[in-house]
Design a protein around this ligand. Structure first.
Ligand code: IVH
Length: 673
């Protein structure tokens, strides 16, 4: 294809993909299958790599994360980002209306939800996102554009028409409740501490240095203002409606996420409605915001030092409840992490009955100065995980004992340890502590791991108690007769299902087997990466820590965790027994063994067209000889391998960062000499 055609193809694909993204994420009405989308995205990725000069920073490929950012520059906001006066009382809302109307006469209000997330400001020039900035101190914020680009509900290029040449769009970056739960589920699976609440996690996510990391988190947003020096309409409500037509995720009037009102009564009705229904929303709101709708009237009212005179936030009281602490139990997880859990007199909170609440770790116990039988205040952190937020010491039973983390494991008696820099205490007796063993086996059989039909947490527990299994490999020695001999409702059919499920699990690909082993920090994505890079277990066993860290996405912590796991004789023998039972220990796709380690420790970026290799072929040659291939040039890149047709931008960047540029013949020499 001609270069001109390439440029056109890139433009067309980008546009199509942006439309599909919008349909999928904002409108929830996809028009093509995920597979078709992926194929188009892959094509665009390939073309952009070949013709980087035609790749736009707002290409849909940037949704998965661009280059690493080193620190975030501070930039001034064009319009200051004010904050709102908060009120918890309806009288104050009525006072606000009275104040406004005394000054400007009767007027109309726009009422919206107050999303509990992180404020951001987005600048668009000629319909393209050029800058994303945090609120900071309201005057200046941090520029986090690359991270913002990964949020799929934020348009990178605007749709439709009528947008001003330059405009600033503001909104709140949030996690939906589902996404937050999913993130924590993944964290638990990887043996990581759980995130406490969606708002802080959203804030932390936006400050990640690696946009690819941000992309994985799955942030979302709601837009609450559209501003420009050029006039859009006179109405805030209408401006948001325009925003919707340009592709933004603005509040949906049909769901009553935004509504206009002309009286205090209508405002109160809106407050009432969301007080009752806010727990049903997919995201967390902590109140509603009432704004004067007419932008000229807003201007007339102006601001005080504290915030605008034209808006007020009515906050719902955080849902809290006072209840008695019956006791504290200490749970031991799969990785040996010990978590104190408050056992409470049941109490209704945000629509559900709460009986237990996490106390996180020893530091939290100390902070709360918790005693047995205390009256405690429970709150739903972002309405998701119940948490003990306070204690009433005046109601403390006489002689009550202070709650402290035990020194030894409540399950097996081993002295607990605390890794420096981590809040959690761990029981180090991984192969002798019953809950660690059973939870590891539960993880092993779980759907995303070995996906064994007929085996769940209860069955694993039952087999373990009966002495039938001590590790995951023992499962494969089980016989139908052993299961039937347990009695307790086991029938031939259910026993056979377990055995068949185990048989079938021999087909599970190595990357899932690796994940199923439950090595700390080795989640699904990392397991996949390691499996595909190494080709299989034997290579992993032979690798040094340095070689492991050369794998994309594997850092010191993960490498250390793998080394530690494999250093334990019981683990190694279990893995060998799994192998002898026929579980896959070789990666399917890239089952090709490594050829040499000549490129060990070197990182390459490949660009352009080659004579002797296809693009995938040259990458494979590098990886099979121990090198690492990365998509973009950074100061860590060892060499840029340039083919013909490489764009000038790549070469300039390489020169800038003093990265040597080599051709394919030089690469071949490095491999063969
Ligand atoms: S309007 C000058 N609308 O609440 C008023 N803010 O204290 C600008 N927020 O920092 C804000 N939902 O991050 C507005 N629908 C909404 C909002 C909202 C959440 C946040 C925003 C702001 C804070 C105000």
């Amino acid at each position: 294809m001609e270069r001109k055609e390439m440029k056109e193809r890139i433009g067309k694909l980008s546009e199509e993909l942006a439309q599909h993204n919008h349909r999928y994420y904002v409108l929830a009405a996809p028009a093509i299958s995920d597979h078709e989308f992926d194929l188009k995205l892959k094509e665009l990725e390939r073309l952009e790599k070949e013709f980087p000069e035609f790749a736009s920073p707002n290409s849909p490929t940037q949704r998965v994360g661009g280059d690493i950012t080193k620190g975030f520059p501070t930039v001034a906001h064009k319009y200051p980002m004010l904050s709102l006066g908060n009120t918890y009382s309806r009288e104050e809302v009525a006072d606000f209306v009275a104040r406004v109307e005394k000054s400007v006469g009767t007027t109309t209000y726009s009422m919206e939800l107050k999303y509990d997330g992180v404020a951001i400001s987005l600048t668009y020039m000629n319909g393209e996102l050029v800058r994303g900035v945090t609120r900071g101190d309201g005057e200046k914020g941090e520029e986090i554009t690359a991270n913002i680009r990964t949020i799929k509900t934020i348009p990178l290029k605007l749709q439709g028409s009528g947008w001003p040449e330059e405009m600033e769009v503001r909104g709140e970056v949030i996690f939906t409740k589902d996404r937050f739960d999913e993130l924590n589920r993944q964290r638990a699976e990887e043996g990581e501490d759980l995130y406490a609440n969606p708002r802080n996690t959203a804030a932390g996510s936006l400050k990640q240095q690696d946009p690819k990391e941000v992309a994985k988190r799955g942030l979302d947003n709601f837009i609450y203002s559209v501003q420009s020096d050029a006039s859009i309409t006179r109405s805030h409500f209408e401006n948001l409606a325009h925003g919707r037509s340009w592709g933004f995720k603005t509040p949906d009037p049909e769901r009553r996420f935004i509504e206009r009102a002309a009286s205090v009564e209508s405002i109160m009705a809106f407050i009432d409605h969301w007080e009752k229904h806010r727990n049903e929303l997919e995201m967390i709101i902590d109140g509603v915001v009432i704004k004067v709708d007419d932008l000229l009237v807003q201007e007339e009212l102006g601001n005080t030092a504290k915030g605008p005179r034209w808006a007020v936030a009515y906050k719902y009281a955080p849902e809290q409840a006072l209840t008695r602490l019956r006791g504290v139990t200490f749970q031991v997880g799969r990785t040996g992490a010990v978590t104190p859990v408050a056992e409470l007199d049941p109490v209704v909170l945000a629509g559900t009955t709460v009986k237990r609440a996490s106390l996180f770790n020893a530091d939290q116990l100390e902070r709360l100065d918790l005693h047995d039988g205390d009256m405690v205040m429970v709150e739903k952190a972002g309405e998701i995980i119940p948490q003990v937020v306070g204690v009433d010491p005046t109601k403390r039973p006489v002689g009550a004992k202070r709650v402290v983390l035990p020194e030894t494991c409540p399950e097996c008696g081993t002295v607990l340890q605390r890794v420096e820099g981590e809040a959690q205490h761990y029981c180090p007796n991984e192969n002798g502590c019953p809950p660690q063993i059973t939870r590891r086996i539960e993880h092993f059989v779980s759907r995303r791991a070995m996906n064994i039909d007929g085996l769940g947490a209860e069955t694993v527990e039952e087999f373990f108690r009966a002495g039938l299994i001590r590790d995951a490999a023992d499962l494969y020695d089980l016989t139908e007769k052993q299961i039937l001999d347990l009695g307790k409702g086991w029938k031939e059919k259910s026993a056979k299902k377990v055995i068949d499920g185990l048989m079938a699990s021999r087909q599970v690909p190595f990357e899932q087997v690796l994940f199923a082993l439950g090595i700390r920090h080795v989640g699904e994505t990392v397991a996949k990466k390691i499996a595909r890079t190494t080709g299989g277990l034997d290579r992993i066993l032979a690798m040094s820590r340095e070689e492991l860290t050369a794998i994309d996405e594997v850092g010191e912590v993960i490498a250390g965790s793998i080394m530690d796991f494999m250093a334990v004789e019981a683990n190694r023998s279990m893995v060998e027994r799994l192998r002898s039972h026929g579980l896959s220990m070789v990666a399917e796709d890239t089952g090709k063994p490594a050829l040499s380690e000549r490129l060990k420790g070197l990182s390459f970026v490949v660009s352009g067209v080659f004579r002797n290799f296809s693009r995938d072929g040259i990458k494979e040659a590098i990886e099979r000889n121990g090198g690492k291939v990365s998509g973009s040039i950074s100061s860590k890149t060892s060499y840029l391998v340039a083919g013909s047709d490489m764009g000038p931008a790549k070469r300039a960047k390489a020169e800038d960062l003093k990265v040597p540029v080599i051709d394919e013949d030089e690469l071949t020499r490095m491999i063969n000499e």
